[in-house]
Design a protein. Structure first.
Length: 261
């Protein structure tokens, strides 16, 4: 992670500058399982679709149990009733299916990070491309400001993270970052809310895709000022995350209402 922006030089942004008086609603009251099923389908639609890998967990504030997708179903086919519940030690306590042995990444991250209520993990293509080069995307476009001082590279690959002790080691490498790119593997994105985690997930794949294409031009992009990026970061997380999520939910429901079943 890079050094923090000094408070004195950071430009204001987000709710401190402007908040909408009204926002378009999802239009449906969603249970947590329904919302999570929508998140899976939306992210599958935009690249989180390796299909034999990837998981999202959601541990609500004050709870020890967490919601998770089952082993073996594709993200794009999940419905609300497919969502399983596991306890903090990864035992399935509700649901029709089994869950991944890599669930420990999530149980240990939730345990260590009160701010990480939602944890997304998958191998979207452009993140995986940079992960294979063991590098972070250069933040050369304003949307990349979302990850200013909040992105880390775990630059060692040690195979499948299938035990709690391996997961604790990984969590130690991630530290306080909201998004981690795992060398030769994929991405972990977190959020206080489902909206934040989904927005960060969608955005890191887009930012990696853009960074890759910028690299292909062979030209050197003009750097943005860190002070401007700090204000933009606040605007993206405080304003964009919720409306992005609401739009994703509306479009996903519109495409197939069975996601709510
Ligand atoms: Zn993985």
């Amino acid at each position: 992670m890079t050094e923090s922006v000094g408070v004195g030089c950071a430009r204001a942004g987000g709710a401190a500058v402007w908040s909408p008086s009204v926002v378009p609603p999802i239009g449906v009251e969603l249970s947590n399982s329904q919302a999570l099923a929508i998140a899976f389908r939306h992210l599958a639609d935009i690249g989180f679709a390796e299909n034999m890998a990837g998981h999202i967990t959601w541990q609500s504030d004050g709870q020890t149990e967490m919601l998770v997708n089952p082993w073996g179903l594709w993200w794009a086919e999940l419905t609300a009733s497919d969502i399983c519940t596991v306890d903090q030690d990864a035992r399935v306590v509700a649901g029709r299916w089994d869950v991944t042995p890599a669930i420990h990444i999530h149980t240990e991250l939730h345990r260590a990070r009160p701010d990480a209520r939602v944890v997304v993990h998958n191998h979207p293509y452009y993140v995986s491309l940079l992960a294979s080069l063991q590098m972070l995307p250069e933040l050369v476009h304003q949307t990349g400001s979302l990850f200013l001082d909040d992105l880390c590279l775990v630059d060692i690959y040690q195979g499948e993270v299938d035990t709690a002790s391996r997961a604790r080691e990984l969590v130690g490498h991630i530290g306080g970052a909201q998004v981690a790119i795992l060398a030769s593997h994929g991405v972990i994105a977190t959020g206080r809310t489902l909206a934040e985690a989904v927005y960060r997930s969608a955005t890191i794949e887009r930012v990696c895709k853009l960074a890759y294409h910028v690299m292909l031009t062979g030209r050197t992009p003009e750097p943005m000022k860190r002070s401007d990026m700090a204000g933009m970061r606040a605007s993206l997380i405080e304003r964009a995350a919720d409306v992005y999520w609401a739009g994703a939910a509306r479009m996903t429901i519109k495409a197939d209402r069975h996601v709510l079943d």
